[in-house]
Design a protein around this ligand. Structure first.
Ligand SMILES: NC(=O)c1ccc[n+]([C@@H]2O[C@H](COP(=O)([O-])OP(=O)(O)OC[C@H]3O[C@@H](n4cnc5c(N)ncnc54)[C@H](OP(=O)(O)O)[C@@H]3O)[C@@H](O)[C@H]2O)c1
Length: 298
């Protein structure tokens, strides 16, 4: 296997996605930096990325990809495969934070959040997997959150979207293991990116009238999260390490910057519980990673 990987990243216009793009490309990996609307809302970001790639001779291509649109996802994946011949790693990064007491979140806001944070990766994974199976290897990476393991009031729907993502990614890790394809989860704590500026606020504030002191929870939580945010390069360094870890040696979960919140403890307990469940269901052998096995299923 060529140690330099072809990586497709969703939500590369800003924040983690953009940092992952630059970190991976500076280390010789070919990157498809995807974003929605690179000719419109992200025109400035797309142009900055293209200029950077040209100036520093970095292997980066910008592609349009809106994770809420099946056709857009498929077009981007097809364009990447047409150009590079393969996709080794798909990084499901696009997502946003929604703050507010759960009752104040409208059903339309909840639907949109799930459409991006959860159904986005469902679409991307379905689009890239036939190519990974053909090339006999691949990695599905999922940017979850510490909030994909612990629950914070006023972030309940965001947590739900990341819990759902964790379940999807873990199920995929079992189902794809015998074909030599990996699924991994990254769980960042709070990091300095534009995420806080891009946060959506629950729209139906009239619903919070009876909540008394609990009305202050969203503001308190947002203040704690934004004031404790770390340097996002820490997460990009972990993503680089995962991409460069040989097939079959990756962990299912990587928590970054969540120490003190119990995420590692939950991960360790769940790992044991899940192994016992696989054993009890008679599925342990079926869910073991087998290197270079993708060909067997074609
Ligand atoms: N920063 C943190 O503290 C933190 C912690 C844990 C997890 N995370 C997760 O990390 C991921 C990246 O967030 P970030 O912190 O880097 O914030 P960010 O700078 O706001 O990045 C979010 C990215 O998602 C993109 N996006 C949103 N909707 C999209 C869509 N429909 N199609 C394609 N792209 C879309 C945004 O693109 P536009 O420019 O077009 O809006 C942007 O590029 C998210 O999944 C977030 O939940 C962040």
């Amino acid at each position: 296997m060529n140690s330099k990987q072809v990586v497709l990243i969703t939500g590369s216009s800003t924040g983690f996605g953009r940092l992952f793009m630059e970190t991976l490309a500076r280390n010789g990996h070919t990157v498809f930096a995807t974003m929605r609307d690179p000719g419109g809302r992200n025109a400035k970001n797309a142009s900055e990325i293209r200029t950077l790639a040209e100036k520093d001779s970095l292997p980066i291509s910008v592609l349009e990809l809106d994770v809420t649109d099946d056709a857009s996802v498929e077009r981007a994946v097809d364009a990447a495969v047409a150009k590079a011949g393969r996709i080794d790693v798909a990084i499901n990064n696009a997502g946003y934070y929604l703050t507010g007491l759960e009752e104040a979140v409208t059903t339309e806001q909840a639907r949109r959040l799930m459409d991006t944070n959860f159904l986005g990766p469902v679409r991307v994974n379905r689009a890239v997997l036939p190519h990974m199976r053909r090339q006999r290897s691949g990695v599905l990476m999922h940017v979850s959150s510490g909030a994909g393991r612990v629950i914070l009031p006023s972030a309940g729907l965001y947590c739900a979207s990341k819990f759902a993502l964790e379940a999807l990614a873990e199920a995929y890790s079992y189902e794809l293991a015998s074909q030599g394809i990996e699924s991994v989860i990254v769980q960042p704590g709070a990091y300095e990116t534009p995420v806080f500026g891009n946060t959506v606020t629950a729209a139906d504030q009239a619903r919070t009238a009876t909540y008394g002191a609990a009305k202050e929870i969203p503001a308190k939580l947002s203040a704690v999260l934004s004031s404790s945010a770390g340097n996002a390069q820490e997460v990009a360094d972990v993503v680089l390490r995962i991409v460069e870890t040989p097939a079959g040696e990756k962990q299912l979960r990587y928590s970054v910057g969540t120490r003190g919140f119990g995420v590692d403890e939950i991960n360790a307990l769940c790992k044991q519980v899940q192994a016992n469940v696989m054993e009890a269901m008679g599925l342990a052998a079926d869910t073991k990673f087998i290197k270079g096995k993708a060909a067997a299923s074609v």
